[in-house]
Write a protein that binds this ligand. Structure first.
Ligand code: ZN
Length: 307
């Protein structure tokens, strides 16, 4: 297994992890210069800045546009129309540039906003011209664009490329236009964001790992866990005990990698120290996950010499 950090504003690499993933362009749309010794995480169609500058680019549906204030959908940020040509073209160039300046590209927000999106005049016309069913047309749009992005990162910039999808193994196609079999040959690995403010019931997360392992077949699965995000009250974030437990249980279910999300590197090191201090939990978890679970426990043991 490989272990990574996943940070909004890292000042430097964090010792004790295999790699660092820097959110150079998260869904809020702000852009930061990539770092040469880190991987770069980019959200494509979730983009508050582009939506503010081009309100007519917002994704449309019968239940309203994908503004984050539309409670009909689980949209936590503004989501643009997946076929917006200027945004698509600009993001292709941006992603290739970031790829050249860093270790690789890990994508989020590659797809349509949600079920029923997008019915803007352009999408209606594209769908009608395609001759395909609504779902198959959306699938083709997502797959074709990912093929272009993959070409930029893997073939032109010659960097690692990881496609991120939302944690829905069964209805990603109907909701977002995502078909895992289409994307598998285009990506080096998959990332599934499994963020939650607590992991009190690890059973569900373990099940999702088993589901995605079955669907992704030979392509590696990386799961991202939530430690603490910008503006969080630490009392309302997952406990270290929960994080260690869910990590071991995801490991025994077969995940190939785990990433931990914090705002910055100080918080990541705080998490490492707290994990080291969880002696009873670490002892208890030894019986949980065989060899795979032991890799998580060995990681924590390896941190002891850092502090
Ligand atoms: Zn549209």
């Amino acid at each position: 297994m490989k272990f990574g950090t996943y940070m909004f504003i890292p000042k430097k690499r964090v010792p004790g992890f295999d790699y660092d993933l820097f959110r150079v362009k998260p869904e809020v749309g702000r852009r930061m210069p990539p770092k040469a010794d880190m991987h770069s995480n980019i959200a494509i169609f979730g983009d508050n800045v582009a939506a503010r500058n081009h309100p007519d680019w917002i994704s449309q549906s019968e239940l309203g546009p994908a503004w984050r204030t539309n409670d009909n959908f689980n949209v936590r940020w503004e989501v643009l129309c997946q076929t917006q040509p200027e945004h698509r073209a600009e993001q292709l160039d941006y992603i290739e540039d970031v790829a050249r300046k860093s270790q690789g590209i890990w994508l989020n927000s590659i797809h349509f906003a949600e079920h029923g999106h997008c019915i803007c005049p352009r999408c209606k016309e594209l769908h009608a011209k395609s001759g395909l069913s609504w779902y198959e047309w959306r699938r083709k749009e997502v797959t074709d664009y990912m093929a272009q992005v993959s070409d930029r990162v893997r073939n032109r910039a010659k960097k690692k490329f990881v496609i991120g999808v939302l944690p829905d193994p069964v209805t990603n196609y109907e909701r977002f236009g995502v078909n895992f079999d289409d994307l598998a040959p285009l990506t080096d690995e998959f990332l599934v964001v499994m963020f939650s403010k607590n992991y009190a019931t690890p059973w569900y997360w373990e099940m999702l790992v088993r589901n995605f392992k079955k669907l992704f077949k030979d392509v590696k699965l990386n799961c991202a866990l939530y430690v603490i995000g910008p503006g969080d009250d630490p009392k309302e974030t997952p406990t270290t005990k929960e994080l260690l437990t869910v990590s071991v249980r995801m490991a025994r279910a077969g995940t190939d990698g785990i990433l931990y999300l914090t705002e910055n590197d100080e918080q990541m090191q705080e998490f490492q120290k707290k994990a080291i201090a969880e002696k009873d939990t670490r002892e208890r978890l030894k019986s949980y996950g065989g060899k795979a679970g032991q890799e998580v426990l060995d990681l924590v043991s390896s941190w002891e010499k850092l502090f």
